[in-house]
Design a protein around this ligand. Sequence first.
Ligand SMILES: [Zn+2]
Length: 430
Amino acid sequence: MMPQMHNDPASNAVAGCGPLIPPLSDSLRPLRQQIFERVRAAGMIARVQVAKDLAVSPASVTMGVSELIEAGLIEEVAATREGEASRGRPAVALGVRAEAHRVAGIKLSDREHTAVIVDFAGNLIANEVVERKPLAMTLPQMLAAMENLLDKVCAKAGIGRKELSGLGLGLPGFVDQQSGTVLWSSVMMDRNVGLAAIAGAHLGIPVHVDNDANLVTLAELWFGVGRRLSDFAVVTIEHGVGMGLVVNHRIYRGAHGLGMELGHTKVQLDGALCRCGQRGCLEAYVADYALAREATTALNWMGKDGQSINILLESLYDHAKAGNASARSIFRRAGRYLAVGLSNVVNLFDPSLIILSGERMRFDYLYAADTLAEMENLAIATGRPRPPIEIHAWGDMLWAQGAAALALSALTEDLMAAGRDSASREVAAQ
Ligand SMILES: [Zn+2]
């Protein structure tokens, strides 16, 4: 018997078959946008090379380029050709007009807030860090913190806040990037806040919000090794365990913008209590607070209440380094759970690379040779080598740069959409 279909077979001719939504393909993007993105990715590139790379005629590239130059988004730059520098006219290449726009990126976290300002070509202009106490903020407190940090970093860059074309904002927790809503964050008291719209109105510039793990993934995609990879995963370990996944050069966000909560995948039924209220989450074994919880009980550090988690962890690290068996076993156990989490990532997604991002000290213990061996055992044996794992301990500034990439990417879409509108109006007017 034929399996039951949703459609009446008789109506198939009308309903058609195959996915109704056309696949997202770069070739469907307007040529002008493809040219711009090619120039931005190359840094400096000749027109003829753009045409070759995009497999279009030099004439259509010339047309697209004139529009982009007229719009002030790219410019001609003198490129010195090897051996020809001294004779004749210098070759002309294309580059993004760096001063056309400036955007800011901010990362809010439990320990500190970081901010960067980058120009339209992605060059870092200024950065700033503000230490803070790890307490959840009310919305007004959060807006004030953002404003204060933004004004500081703008002062460093020598520009006014209104000169920014956008702000990318990253924070830990569950964030619906599309709608700009923060459903829950450890740095925020309120839940379900339309932060992008509220912060945008407060600061007077367009604001885009995302989960901090996605931002570190964006930073790798825009500025790091991820530029050359189509499919890779980033696992972040600090206060929580986060993950970003790039599929076909794009961040995968899930149907509701909430995908990739690796920290809350279960590694133990009825296991340790997690911050999210459930039990047995990976985060409840690997994150800062999990290590601190173990340390306070196993090492009888109950009297040290009130000291920061960071100091406690550093002390735990020192004890482990000095050979303290309890301290070592805490890291060893966390490392084994991390191995479970990483092997699940390998088994599910087959990434070409896994980047571990966070603070160096933790990885000395969490990601030791034992962890690697354990992971090897837990990943399915295909006979092929498992994906390489790289540790990038670049700190919070990297996250803020990812936030700036979010703003740049949104700005680019806006600028190109604006161009599209005027182009279609011209066509309509003819
Ligand atoms: Zn959880």
